[in-house]
Each structure stands twice: as C-alpha cells, then as structure tokens.
Design a protein. Structure first.
Length: 381
C-alpha cells in the first residue's frame, strides 16, 4: 500500500463542507422546533447519519491524491445529492423520509465507489473496504425500508441502521480496519477541525437568529448575545488553542494510527459536534427570551448539557490519542450538569453567566497548566 503524501484541504473539499453547513443548520432547526426528549432522540439520530457521511468521505479523500479527478467528480456529485438530503432533513420523520433516506444512501454508495477507486490505485485495502461495505449496504436498506414504514417502525429501523453502520468499522471489521490505509495526518486533523468550526459557526448563527426575534436591539439583548458568543469562543479555545495541535502530534507518533484516528476523530468527535449543536439550541432560546425570564427546563438543559457533552467528548478524544487526563475538564463537565437543576428559578442570563464562568475558568486553568508544562517539559501533555 502506497504512503499518502501530506496535504492540506482542497478547494473541492471546502465546497463539499458547505452543504454540511446547511445540513447541520437543519439538524439544529429540527431540534429547536421539537425540544423534547423525543425530538432530541430524532435529532441526534439524523445528526449521527449526517456526521457519518461526512466522516466517511474524509477517510476516502485522505486515501486519494489531491489532484485525483475521481475525487473531484465524486465530491461534486455527493455535494449535489447531500444538499437534497439536507432539504429533506427537517421532514425526515414525516413526508420527507423517503427522499432523505434514498439521497443519503446515494451519498454513502458514492463514498464506497471512491474507496474502491483508492483500492484500485493501491492506496487502500480492498479486504477492509468489502468488510464495511456489507454493513453500509445493510444499514442503507434498513434506512429506506424504515422510511417507507414511518412512525415507530421507522425510528427503530433507523436506529438499527445507525448501530450497524457504525459497528462495521468499529467492531465487526476492526482488525481489517487497522490495515485500511496509511493516514495523511495533517490533512486528517485539519478536516475534523474544520467541521468543529462549522458547528461553532452554527452556534453563532443560532444566537443571531435568536436576537433577530426581538424588535429592538437594547442593552439587555446585547448582554445576552455577548454571553452566548463568549461561551462559543471558550468552546473554540478549548479545542483550538493547543489541543488540536497536540492531538495531531500524538497521532503522528501513534503506534496504531488508523484505529486511533477512527476512535478519536470518527467516533468521539460525534460527542463534540453534538454538544456544540445542543448548546446552540439552548443559546438561541436564551437570546430569544425576555431578559428576566428563566429558561424553560429543556432550553436550560440544552445550554448546560451541550457544553458538558462537548467537554466530555473532548476529554475522551484527547485521552484516546494519548494525552494526559484533564481533571479540570471532567470537573467542569460535572459541574455544568449540576447547574441545570440548581438554576431553574434564575433568569436565563444568570444561568448563562454561570456556564460561561465555568468554561472560561477552565480555559484559564488550562493556560496556567500549559505555562507550567513549558517550564517543566517532563510533564505529560
């Protein structure tokens, strides 16, 4: 198997990302319009599907040369089809279910075609591709059949489709996955970092949309917008200040880079992405409410729980790639879950202030710890 040359994200991959900006926005809209436990389950189900399609193409593109015409053609076709999938996403559990399922399946089979081309060029192992192609096919069949049934049967079949699709490379073909391809680490880390940026951008858009529901831009509204924006900035800091580069360094030195990348990026990043989107919905509700009104339980849970899930996912990601266990991150995630039941009677801005203080304080603690590590290089990072 040929070694991939290190490369950066190409222009066609950035174009491909744009339709996922749209898809992530649609997931956020779906959750915001059905902020219940049932709505949360449905939203996370389609988010898992959207995430897996994007992540699958990252792996296939990583195995291709940047100048590959096959890569460009496949991504352009998938871009067009994915946009239709995004259009149907808010109606994925009603009238748009079949359109969503069929177009999504087309995207996934385009990914398999791209991987088959990489195998033909000696850049990916055919045995591994065949292994997870079976689970992809089963999953897509369940997705389409579920869309035709609708109702509870649809949810059950779609959940089974997600489990089977995710299980393919995770457990059923794990040993084969180890020999799937050589990883171009710089490209790989950059791609996943860009998706985190996409989701953080959705948080900013959600805050802006929430502010747009008010007829006047007064000081109270600006204060709540600022709280949401500062919390988003702290989430950005958590990922990009040092952690993203350190994770890339650990992956470059890892003894088992393919499995580490699969676990850390493809699987554990889903918790990071979900946390950002859930937070975005809570921030949108925060900004949309009157200044002194307390946040309803679902919105408050989204605000606190979204950040907690984000930190938990980030903690697991860093740990999987060989980083040191961050006790402050775990403590803040736990504290955020306590904020939810303890702030029911407080105005929304007060809850948001506590959330911001916790995550910003964690960022400050990390900056201090990093300074100590620089003074003592023997400390594990």
């Amino acid at each position: 198997m040929s070694e991939p040359a290190e490369h950066r994200t190409t222009a066609v991959e950035l174009l491909w990302d744009l339709v996922f900006v749209f898809a992530v926005t649609r997931v956020s809209t779906l959750l915001a319009s059905h902020l219940t436990w049932a709505g949360f389950g449905r939203s996370m189900l389609v988010l898992a599907l959207v995430w897996w399609a994007w992540s699958a193409f990252v792996w296939a593109a990583n195995a291709q040369a940047t100048e590959s015409r096959e890569l460009r053609l496949c991504l352009l076709l998938a871009t067009a089809v994915t946009f239709i999938t995004g259009l149907a996403l808010p109606q994925a559990f009603s009238g748009g279910a079949t359109l969503f399922a069929v177009t999504y399946a087309v995207v996934r089979f385009l990914h398999l075609a791209l991987y088959a081309d990489a195998s033909r060029k000696g850049q990916a192992a055919w045995s591994a591709i065949v292994g997870f192609a079976i689970t992809v096919t089963i999953g897509m069949a369940l997705l389409i059949v579920g869309a035709l049934f609708g109702g509870g049967a649809q949810i059950a079949l779609w959940a089974a489709a997600v489990v089977i699709d995710y299980a393919g490379p995770a457990w059923l073909t794990r040993e084969r996955l180890r020999g799937l391809q050589s990883v171009a680490v710089e490209h790989f880390a950059e791609r996943y970092g860009l998706f985190v940026i996409i989701c953080l951008g959705e948080s900013i858009v959600a805050i802006g949309v929430g502010a747009g529901s008010h007829p006047h831009l007064d000081a109270a509204l600006v204060a709540k917008v600022s709280l949401g924006l500062l919390a988003t900035t702290a989430m950005w800091w958590t990922y990009f200040d040092r952690s993203a580069d350190l994770a890339q360094e650990h992956l470059q030195k890892h003894d088992d880079p393919v499995l580490a990348a699969a676990d850390g990026y493809s699987y554990l990043h889903l918790a990071i992405v979900a946390g950002i989107i859930i937070f975005a919905v809570g921030a949108k509700r925060l900004v949309g409410e009157p200044i002194d009104a307390p946040l309803a339980d679902p919105a408050r849970l989204a605000l606190c729980g979204g950040v907690a899930l984000y930190l938990a996912g980030h903690l697991a990601f860093r740990r999987r790639l060989g980083g040191a266990l961050d006790g402050t991150k775990a403590a803040v995630a736990a504290a955020l879950m306590l904020v939810y039941p303890l702030t029911g009677g407080l105005p929304g801005w007060a809850t948001a202030t506590i959330v911001l203080a916790l995550i910003a304080g964690r960022c400050a603690a990390e900056a201090i710890s990093e300074q100590e590590r620089e003074e003592n290089p023997a400390v594990k990072r």
